[in-house]
Design a protein around this ligand. Structure first.
Ligand SMILES: Cc1ncc(COP(=O)(O)O)c(C=O)c1O
Length: 460
């Protein structure tokens, strides 16, 4: 289809559908007007903000969520990948009720916390684990422990990747295209080197030189960074499958090449499995792609909806938390979160559950692919268990620069279209769908039908 025509149709659809969406969400608008007085932006995380206001949700049951206007949706947002157990799962509800009677908080380790530690070690093939309260803390502590174990300061991260909101990793997270024109080639700097761009105000300048940015799926760039910073790199941190620009899968051999490069240089390979850990396979990306990192960070789905994160891996590295690397937190592994996480990992997210998630995911991706092909759109799908997405680019992405070439305008037409047809999505083409164990084939068909109609409308 002609690209100018596609852009024009996308704008028309976005306009019509947004007008309808605004008319259906007057209670969200009113709540926003109230919320914005006490909460900057009317929300509690910048990722929850909306234009002109976000949808505010009130209920979740099974695979369905309901907003404050009473609109019901099939939930494919999944709380940014947390809700693989779905909403109000009976096993999770039971664990919460029991914790209410037994213990919510001690700041003393409890038996359920120990059991959850064992469950995580078994599932992700880790020798030792420590708990935290979010994905941000998990990557922060993993990096600290890697620095402590190596006695080095620098880390390597991938351009475009998000690892939470602590200072060391808030560099070159989805940088704007015009910022990237600063890619430089001066003096001793090797050709094609990638610059480190702060993603937030308030990041100390002193940290810029400690975070080295390279493109995903380019093992040579990592080897080069090791050569250029000999004996200075503590860790390479990456999402083994990038999940904040749609989904970018690792090329064959890439993850193993990074592990080899780390081992050759005495550095630590850290997988950020915050998003992929509980979603794309029972044992996360390490299992799915067959490469075991030295350390990994987990959060989101592993907590079954509770506030939890964890990091762990090789015992010889983890023991640095008892040898001077600060690792603490009042709420770490609290009884409530541990009880919920334990129920999620041992009773709900079993190996059988991943078979179910895999079947539904493939059904959804195949349905979307058919619609894309029939309408002749420049798009493709990625299918990884509970996670998947439509990327508005004809060919798969290999790194962040490819994401800059996606047809964002089509996504922004699809978003209000799907929401108006009862499909709750993450607002932004950098995200992806999350399927829960409580989703059914009917839920998936509903998505496929709405998406198919969208593709037809776009190409009409
Ligand atoms: C890959 C990845 N790492 C870390 C984080 C940070 O997790 P949290 O929001 O729990 O701090 C996120 C959050 O989306 C993430 O996607």
């Amino acid at each position: 289809m002609d690209l100018d025509r596609l852009t024009a149709r996308s704008a028309e659809i976005a306009d019509t559908e947004t007008t309808q969406w605004l008319a259906r969400t007057t209670a969200s608008k009113a709540l926003y007007e109230r919320a914005v007085k006490s909460l900057p932006g009317g929300v509690v995380s910048n990722f929850q903000a909306g234009d002109p206001y976000p949808v505010y949700l009130e209920h979740g049951k099974g695979s369905t969520v309901t907003d404050v206007d009473g609109n019901a949706y099939v939930d494919f947002h999944g709380g940014f990948g947390v809700n693989v157990v779905g909403h109000a799962h009976p096993k999770i509800a039971e664990a919460i009720r029991k914790a209410a009677d037994d213990a919510i908080h001690f700041a003393v380790t409890s038996p359920n916390t120990v059991a959850l530690g064992e469950a995580i070690c078994e599932r992700f093939n880790a020798e030792q684990v420590r708990f935290v309260n979010s994905g941000t803390e998990a990557t922060m502590d993993a990096i600290r422990v890697a620095r402590a174990a190596t006695g080095r300061d620098k880390i390597i991260k991938m351009e475009g990747s998000y690892h939470g909101h602590h200072d060391s990793v808030l560099f070159s997270v989805v940088p704007e295209a015009d910022v990237l024109d600063l890619r430089h080639n001066v003096g001793d700097t090797p050709t094609g080197w990638y610059t480190t761009q702060p993603t937030s105000k308030g990041i100390p300048k002193a940290l810029w030189d400690t975070t080295i940015v390279v493109p995903f799926n380019d093992a040579e760039a990592v080897r080069q960074a090791f050569d250029d910073n000999a004996g200075e790199i503590a860790a390479v941190i990456l999402e083994p499958v990038m999940m904040n620009i749609g989904i970018v899968v690792p090329a064959d051999g890439y993850l193993q090449a990074l592990k080899d490069a780390c081992e050759a240089s005495g550095a630590v390979l850290i997988f950020d499995e915050v998003k992929c850990g509980g979603t794309i396979a029972y044992g996360g990306a390490a299992e799915r792609f067959g490469v075991q990192p030295h350390l990994a960070a987990w959060a989101k789905a592993i907590g079954g909806g509770s506030t939890i994160g964890a990091f762990g891996g090789d015992g010889a590295i983890m023991e640095y938390v008892t040898k001077g690397a600060a690792q603490q937190g009042t709420f770490n592994g609290n009884p409530l979160s541990s009880a919920i996480g334990l129920a999620a990992l041992t009773q709900v997210l079993t190996r059988d559950a991943y078979d179910h998630l895999g079947k539904l995911g493939t059904l959804l991706a195949e349905g979307c692919n058919r619609a894309i092909a029939e309408a002749g759109l420049p798009a493709h799908t990625v299918d990884l268990g509970a996670k998947g997405c439509v990327s508005y680019r004809a060919t798969p992405l290999t790194n962040y620069r490819d994401f800059l070439e996606t047809h964002t305008e089509i996504y922004w037409a699809s978003y209000p279209w799907m929401v108006n047809r009862g499909i709750f999505m993450t607002p932004g083409d950098e995200e992806q769908w999350t399927i829960s164990v409580q989703h059914t084939e009917d839920d998936i068909q509903r998505y496929i039908d709405a998406f198919g109609e969208f593709c037809q409308e776009l190409s009409s």
